[in-house]
Every structure is written in structure tokens, then in C-alpha cells.
Design a protein around this ligand. Sequence first.
Ligand SMILES: *[C@@H]1O[C@H](CO)[C@@H](O)[C@H](O)[C@H]1NC(C)=O
Ligand SMILES: *[C@@H]1O[C@H](CO)[C@@H](O)[C@H](O)[C@H]1NC(C)=O
Ligand SMILES: *[C@@H]1O[C@H](CO)[C@@H](O)[C@H](O)[C@H]1NC(C)=O
Ligand SMILES: *[C@@H]1O[C@H](CO)[C@@H](O)[C@H](O)[C@H]1NC(C)=O
Ligand SMILES: *[C@@H]1O[C@H](CO)[C@@H](O)[C@H](O)[C@H]1NC(C)=O
Ligand SMILES: *[C@@H]1O[C@H](CO)[C@@H](O)[C@H](O)[C@H]1NC(C)=O
Ligand SMILES: *[C@@H]1O[C@H](CO)[C@@H](O)[C@H](O)[C@H]1NC(C)=O
Ligand SMILES: *[C@@H]1O[C@H](CO)[C@@H](O)[C@H](O)[C@H]1NC(C)=O
Length: 424
Amino acid sequence: MLKSQDIYFLLFYTMLNLNSTPTNMTTQPTQDRKIFFLFPLALISLFLLGTLRFLLDNLKNNQFQFLWQNKFLRVPINVSENEIIEESCNVFEGKWVWDNVSYPLYKEETCPYLVKQVTCQRNGRPDSFYQNWRWQPHGCNLPRFNALKMLEMLRDKRIMFIGDSIQRGMFESMVCLVQSDGDHTIKRVPPRKIFRIEEFNTSIEYYWAPFMVESISDHATNHTVMKRLVKLDSVENHRKLWEGVDILVFESYVWWMHKPFINATYGSPENVREYNVTTAYKLALETWGSWIESSINPQKQKVFFATMNWEWKGGIDGNCFNETQPMEGPYWGTGSNLEIMSILKDVIEKLKVNVRLLNITQLSEYRKDGHTSVFGERRGKLLTKEERSEPKTYADCIHWCLPGVPDTWNQLLYAILLQDYRNH
Ligand SMILES: *[C@@H]1O[C@H](CO)[C@@H](O)[C@H](O)[C@H]1NC(C)=O
Ligand SMILES: *[C@@H]1O[C@H](CO)[C@@H](O)[C@H](O)[C@H]1NC(C)=O
Ligand SMILES: *[C@@H]1O[C@H](CO)[C@@H](O)[C@H](O)[C@H]1NC(C)=O
Ligand SMILES: *[C@@H]1O[C@H](CO)[C@@H](O)[C@H](O)[C@H]1NC(C)=O
Ligand SMILES: *[C@@H]1O[C@H](CO)[C@@H](O)[C@H](O)[C@H]1NC(C)=O
Ligand SMILES: *[C@@H]1O[C@H](CO)[C@@H](O)[C@H](O)[C@H]1NC(C)=O
Ligand SMILES: *[C@@H]1O[C@H](CO)[C@@H](O)[C@H](O)[C@H]1NC(C)=O
Ligand SMILES: *[C@@H]1O[C@H](CO)[C@@H](O)[C@H](O)[C@H]1NC(C)=O
């Protein structure tokens, strides 16, 4: 395509030529006359073309975006009657119901952004029932996830999922839920992954920070749960990239719970000692909380915290291998530490900034069938056939297959954002 510079160059070139034409065309007076009329016409056309092109080029650079209607015009979101949730309804209390008509919300093979860790079908999982369950709150119905509405709510915004690999599942789920709308790219900028949707000027981001606060495990790939050292009093390295993000969704649990004690520092970085995990978690949350209070503008930003998710340890081998159905009836695993839950509640309630809990622990606990089991990765590699035949050692009952349970976490987030939108 012609650039505006090219057209102006052509214009300039034509003007030079115009001066030289009479000498070339002396023998043909009639043609000369024609040319005499044609040149100004060409000049005017070229000038108009150039101007148009110049305008278009600038539109692309967003300098005149008000004219670029399709691309940047805000579309009002229609919140219909059946998408409204009464405030009295606790959306986190409910049950899973079989729904193979509406679920899954996307297909594993049509979302290219899933990491190998979560593509259970491709990794050989024989059953796919885990994709067909819908979360049904006791007191109300959840709105169906609508990608266009979600993107409209995220227009000109950044949403960031911060935490460990479980939180990465939530990030990937969100990407897959919206990816069919608009042109998009994914970029790795460790410790972040950034999914951009140009049409909506939206970024969906993931930020690796397994302890919220700083630790020696903050490198995006070079980390191991066997070696942990947490700086309980600092988010210094992280906060630069957290600041100004419109919607922040935090999660941090599994890395703390590896052992009952954890090496950490508070104050002097030289003073490493073992902390009781409960104590350490509380200190870290308070550090995080004071960052929230000092830097979040509640008028512009929203903060969520997803509650813990822990390894499922029932089953024949004491794990989730070969589980194909959700739990029926109440179940609360011993790994979901109620003390940590109440610390979280206390710290958040004391904050001046409204941080909302995504209380997904219980609904996830029911889903013993939703884990990757032996159809995932270990240390960045898919399990070998031999390893798969040893679920006792190798079954992963922490991570989730996608499509799957994390889609529901996002559906809940979506439902809350939609109510915010309506009430604002
Ligand atoms: C809301 O409804 C109008 C009219 O039906 C439609 O043009 C618009 O795209 C809808 N907005 C969204 C975000 O779906
Ligand atoms: C959906 O589930 C019902 C009940 O289990 C079953 O009869 C039906 O064949 C399933 N449909 C599909 C498309 O899998
Ligand atoms: C895109 O969104 C960012 C905020 O995330 C905003 O600063 C910027 O002005 C937006 N760009 C356009 C072209 O609207
Ligand atoms: C990983 O990090 C450790 C220190 O935490 C370092 O000694 C090692 O060289 C790193 N490995 C790679 C492959 O970068
Ligand atoms: C850690 O501290 C909490 C509360 O202070 C206590 O309930 C828990 O038993 C302690 N854990 C260990 C392993 O000592
Ligand atoms: C803390 O660090 C020391 C020294 O590296 C190590 O021996 C100990 O096992 C660590 N404690 C925990 C709970 O990881
Ligand atoms: C998995 O469970 C089914 C029944 O639910 C059983 O028939 C099968 O033998 C189990 N497979 C293994 C490898 O344990
Ligand atoms: C989260 O939900 C569970 C049960 O669904 C409940 O026991 C727990 O108290 C809730 N946590 C908070 C912080 O509200």
C-alpha cells in the first residue's frame, strides 16, 4: 500500500516533471493542451490522496481515534434480568450439575494458548466428563460467560492474575474464554505473560509470584519448592509491575504449605530463620496488605483474592488418579487449612481498600475428577508412560485440566464484574 510519504514524493516528482514537459512535447500542440489540463487534475487528485492517506496513517497511530469508530467505540453492555444476582446470594455455595449441552465453554484443541501441563485430553486422559459440569449456586443462577461482554468490561484495561501455577491455570482459562473475539498476541516478559487484544486495547496478564511477597522462587522458570526462602516484609520487586493495573487477582497458598515450617527473613535480610507457616503467611499478607492500602485507588482499581486450593488426597492410592466424578455431599480436605482461611479473612477485613475474596476452596474441593492426575507435567516435562503407570508417585492432584474447574472461577469473577458494571 502507498504510504503518505510516497504519495507526497510522487506529487513532488510530478511537479518537477511538469516544469520539464514543455521542452519534451514541443511537436504536438494538441496533446500539450491535454497535458496542460491533465496535470493540475493529477496534482489535485494526488494531493487529495496524500491527505487521505496521511489521515489514515495517523488514525492507525491512534492520534485521531475518535474517528476510528469500529475499533475504539465503547459498546454499552446489556445486563439482562437473568444476569442480575441478588446481593443475598452467596455464589460460592452450591453444587455441581451435569451439563454436557453448554459445557465446556471452549474446546481444548481450539485454544492454542494452553500449556502442556493442562491439556489432559492431548496428554492421553481417556475420559472427558470433567469438562461437562456447571456450578449451580444454591440461591441464584450464574450468568453465562459472554466473551464480548467480558472484553467490553476490560476495554482499555489491564487485568493481572498473580500467584503460582494454579493461578496460571486461571489466567489461561480466561485467555481461552475470550480468545475467539478479536486479534490477539501472547508475549512472554518474565515473570509475566501478556495476552493482548488490540481491538479492545485489553491486556490479560499473568505474573509469577508464588508467595505474593518476594522470595528466591520468583524467577519465572528457575525455581523449586524444595528450596524456599521468603522475604516476609517486601513486595519491592513486584510492585512496580503491579502498580496501576485495573483488576488484580491474587492467589498464594500451595508453596507455603510444602512443610509446616518455612525459611524466611523479616527485617534484616541476613537474619534467616524458620517460621511456623501460619505465622509467616500472616506476616506476608500484612506486607501485601500495606502495599494494597498505599497504592490502590479504589475508584479506579479492583482487587480480588482467590482462596486456597489444595491437593486432593482421597482415592484408592490416596490421590485423584482414576477419579471421574465430582464429590457428592460435603467434603473439606485436610489440606485446606481453616486457620489460613481465617487469617486471610481477618487481614482483608481490616484493610481500608475493598479486597474481595473469590472463595473457591469449597467448590474446587468437590472436583476430585478435575485434576491433571497423570496426564500432566512434572518439572516441565510430560510424564512418560512408565511414570503414568505409577500414579502413587506421579499423580498431580493440585493442577487442573482445562477446560475445567478454573473456567468456573472465571465465570464467578465475570459474574461479580458484571454486577459492578450494572451498579456503577
Ligand atoms: C447490547 O445490545 C445491543 C442491541 O441489541 C447490541 O448492539 C450490542 O452489541 C450489545 N452489547 C454487547 C456488549 O453485547
Ligand atoms: C449428555 O449426557 C446425557 C446424560 O448423561 C447423555 O444421555 C447424552 O448422550 C450426552 N450427550 C452428549 C452429546 O454427550
Ligand atoms: C489503552 O489502554 C491504556 C490503559 O490500559 C490507556 O492508557 C491507553 O490510553 C489506551 N489506548 C487507547 C488508544 O485508548
Ligand atoms: C537457577 O538459580 C540458581 C540460584 O537460585 C543458580 O545457581 C542456577 O545457576 C540457576 N540455573 C539456571 C539454569 O539458570
Ligand atoms: C503454627 O502456629 C499456629 C498458631 O500459632 C498453630 O496452631 C500451629 O500448630 C503451629 N504449627 C506448627 C507446625 O507448630
Ligand atoms: C532452612 O534452611 C536450612 C539451611 O539451609 C535447612 O537446613 C532447613 O531444612 C531449612 N528449613 C526448612 C523448613 O526448609
Ligand atoms: C479405574 O476405575 C475403574 C472403575 O471406576 C476401574 O474399572 C479401573 O480398573 C480403574 N483403573 C485403574 C488403573 O485402577
Ligand atoms: C469460604 O467458604 C467456606 C465454605 O464454603 C466457608 O467455610 C469459609 O468460611 C468461607 N471463607 C470466608 C473467608 O468467607
